[in-house]
Design a protein around this ligand. Structure first.
Ligand code: PAF
Length: 283
């Protein structure tokens, strides 16, 4: 595994691979890798001749009030994970290599970036889309792999790729969970013991809504109310950012489930802001 730090080196390496007829898979990460990242990496490894893992805590997707400085950083551990998963290149640029001091160009999907997580994090998805497009352009990867936990992120990236004719195919992997159902996240370490003990209830309540749908319920307000009721009893340490039932393409709220929908949420557990989602199928 080679470690590259400049965009130019990465672009050269990928260009040479492509000249040699090699396909390229990309797994973008912000490091602090857990089993969910490993799953993305192993999947990427199986999809192409060459695997690029990027490890970059992207300042553009954090607002000044967020945890950019505190974001967990374990570069040596991350490099070991990438190597174990068969990466050919680990790309670890500095901020100054990715963003010129007078960087002025942003990629956004404004209809979608202000919804759901974007209500509390209005500039977050603009930062994500911008850095991911840069990585797509540097690698011209055939395929890039992302996790379903960050489902809104993917909905935006898919729209961006479609609208801008980006040739990279986007693949999604199911959320990897702790045995008790909590979605793995680099931010889980921020929780206290008591918060961690309650946190699995986030996904359990979403599953409960899924069971209601399987049992014939199709009213989004009823589903939402049932989840909130459960959380008020079993998740007293949680503070709700949002809970929504939305159209998976537009991210707009729906009233009735005439087609598969997403129930998505963000809940603050002390210092940790946790997101999760579930596909609701009424067929
Ligand atoms: O999902 C993440 O870890 C980040 O948003 C990503 C895609 C690596 C962009 O910084």
């Amino acid at each position: 595994m080679q470690k590259l730090t400049t965009p130019e080196e990465l672009a050269d390496m990928c260009r040479n691979w492509r000249k040699g007829g090699r396909s390229v898979a990309l797994v973008p990460t912000m490091g602090s890798c857990h089993a969910g990242h490993e799953d993305l990496m192993r999947h990427g490894r199986a999809l192409a001749d060459r695997l690029v893992i990027s490890l970059f805590v992207n300042p553009a997707q954090f607002s000044p009030a967020e945890d950019l400085q505190a974001y967990p950083r374990v570069p040596n551990q991350d490099a070991a994970v990438a190597k174990r998963c068969g990466a050919d290149v680990l790309f670890t640029p500095d901020s100054s290599a990715m963003y010129m001091p007078d960087h002025a160009t942003w990629v956004d999907v404004p209809e979608m970036s202000g919804l759901l997580c974007g209500m509390q994090r209005p500039t977050h998805f603009r930062g994500v889309c911008t850095v991911v497009l840069k990585l797509f352009l540097l690698t011209l990867a055939d395929v890039a792999v992302f996790g379903e936990k960050d489902w809104q992120q993917q909905a935006l990236l898919r729209r961006m790729a479609r609208d801008l004719n980006v040739p990279t195919r986007i693949e999604t992997r199911a959320t990897v969970r702790e045995p008790d159902g909590l979605a793995l996240s680099s931010r889980n370490v921020y929780m206290t013991v008591d918060e961690r003990a309650q946190a699995p209830e986030i996904y359990r309540a979403l599953q409960y809504a899924g069971d209601m749908v399987a049992g014939g319920e199709s009213n989004a307000a009823t589903l939402r109310a049932a989840v909130l009721r459960r959380w008020s009893e079993r998740l007293p340490l949680g503070r709700l950012d949002y809970l929504a039932v939305v159209n998976p393409e537009t991210l707009l709220p729906i009233e009735r489930l005439d087609a598969p929908a997403r129930m998505a949420c963000a809940v603050r557990m002390g210092m940790a802001r946790l997101i999760d989602n579930i596909l609701l199928r009424n067929e």
